[in-house]
Write a protein that binds this ligand. Structure first.
Ligand code: ZN
Length: 140
């Protein structure tokens, strides 16, 4: 169960954002012994909560990868994190697809290979999405 969030996201502003949206910072001043770039949100967690066990990752419940508010974090096994990220990406992609179909009716006349190319998905994914859509399953 995702915990509820009663506080706002915190973005301390410093660090280097990667293409993946996560921010990295130097754990010690650059050039000192042991200085290396670390994930900023992990660094905040370790500072305030403690070491992250091997095989565990910090999940942003708020989905804001720049956020450093540890109340928005969960420490969960890596395998669970991957599954949840894939599930939420899948449902977000599907919802975008369903929203497009509702908005742009011409899309419903496109062939599955064309839709697969347009959305960067396999034809079997598009086929499943169309089945869901035709059953009226969408959350927009
Ligand atoms: Zn947050």
């Amino acid at each position: 169960m995702p915990k509820s969030i009663n506080t706002t996201c915190l973005d301390p502003g410093f660090g280097y954002e990667n293409g993946d949206g996560y921010v990295r910072i130097w754990n010690y001043p650059k050039g000192e012994d042991g200085a290396r770039l670390v994930m900023r949100h992990r660094w905040f967690w370790e500072l305030q909560v403690g070491e992250i066990p091997d095989g565990y990752e910090i999940d942003h419940v708020c989905k804001n990868r720049r956020c450093c508010n540890i109340e928005h974090f969960r420490c969960i096994p890596k395998s669970q994190h991957v599954v949840e990220n894939n599930t939420s990406r899948y449902s977000r992609d599907y919802n975008n697809f369903a929203t497009d179909l509702l908005k742009y009716h011409y899309l419903q006349d496109l062939s599955q290979p064309k839709l697969a190319a347009k959305y960067g998905k396999s034809q079997s994914t598009i086929c499943n999405w169309l089945k869901k859509f035709n059953k009226g399953e969408f959350h927009v």
